[in-house]
Design a binder for this molecule. Structure first.
Ligand code: MG
Length: 262
């Protein structure tokens, strides 16, 4: 008989774990249902900063998973929560609407390219409308003394046929130009994991982290001292585990396999 995973809560990565792009992973909805029936807490955790929790609840509902915005933590929301303790001031954001609205929601003033020189903070997330002008404004603000915060540093976004540049590619352009080192909020940082544990109201020994990326999800769990489960429905395959120093506590073909373990 397989040993049961006796955790109070599960932190679940979205893309590559619950769905791939717009296609649900088979059995994912059933597992979420089973976790709820067993009284487990669930938090969906994504580094994607381009959608709001409300938008994710709608996406998940379309896949047969009932949830609420409180159960969804994006790197945009985590960045805004991280900034809650910082002195208020002007923020120049290289990012999309979901990141901007989360930061504005914490009482920060959003600046445009002309105003960026007055910025106290530069925040960078994925921005599909990034331009040289935006990068230039961010670089000048940082050289003028603005603190540099990255919603996440994911190198790329897997799509059918290859990889698109992720937030990390944009952050990397600013780092290359300025030499500044950003504070990273998203996975694998302890920042977002701390926010996730607080939201769940559990200690690090009471939760398992489930995701498809070694460098992001497994590393995040490791950094936070949380039990890690790698699934092979996303960017990682079994052969990628060879010779790696950061390894998961458990590897499953799919999140659907959790059903046997809870
Ligand atoms: Mg993923």
């Amino acid at each position: 008989m397989t040993r049961k995973l006796d955790f109070k809560a599960f932190i679940l990565d979205l893309d590559g774990n619950i769905y791939r792009g717009d296609r649900p992973v088979e059995g994912a909805a059933g597992v979420i249902d089973a976790l709820r029936k067993k009284g487990k807490k669930v938090l969906f955790l994504t580094n994607n900063s381009t959608r709001t929790p409300q938008e994710y609840t709608e996406k998940l509902r379309g896949m047969g998973i009932e949830t609420s915005p409180e159960e969804i933590l994006t790197s945009s929301i985590a960045t805004a929560i991280y900034m809650r303790n910082l002195e208020r001031g002007g923020v120049y954001v290289v990012g999309e609407a979901a990141l901007k609205s989360a930061i504005a929601g914490e009482g920060f003033t959003l600046l445009d390219e002309e105003g960026a020189r007055r910025a106290k903070y530069v925040v960078c997330g994925l921005d599909s409308g990034v331009t040289y002008r935006k990068l230039a404004a961010a670089c000048l603000a940082i050289q003028g003394g603005a603190k540099f915060i990255a919603a996440n540093t994911d190198r790329n976004l897997p799509v059918e046929g290859g990889y698109l540049p992720g937030a990390g590619a944009i952050v990397g352009a600013i780092v290359t130009a300025t030499g500044a080192k950003p504070i990273i909020v998203g996975k694998p940082s302890k920042n977002i994991m701390g926010i996730a544990l607080k939201r769940l109201g559990v200690g690090r020994g009471e939760v398992a982290m489930v995701g498809d990326c070694l460098d992001i999800d497994v590393a995040a769990g490791r950094n936070a001292g949380v039990y890690t489960i790698l699934v092979l429905t996303g960017v990682t395959c079994r052969s990628d585990l060879r010779g790696r120093s950061v390894l998961p506590d458990l590897t499953l073909e799919s999140v659907a396999d959790l059903i046997e373990l809870i």
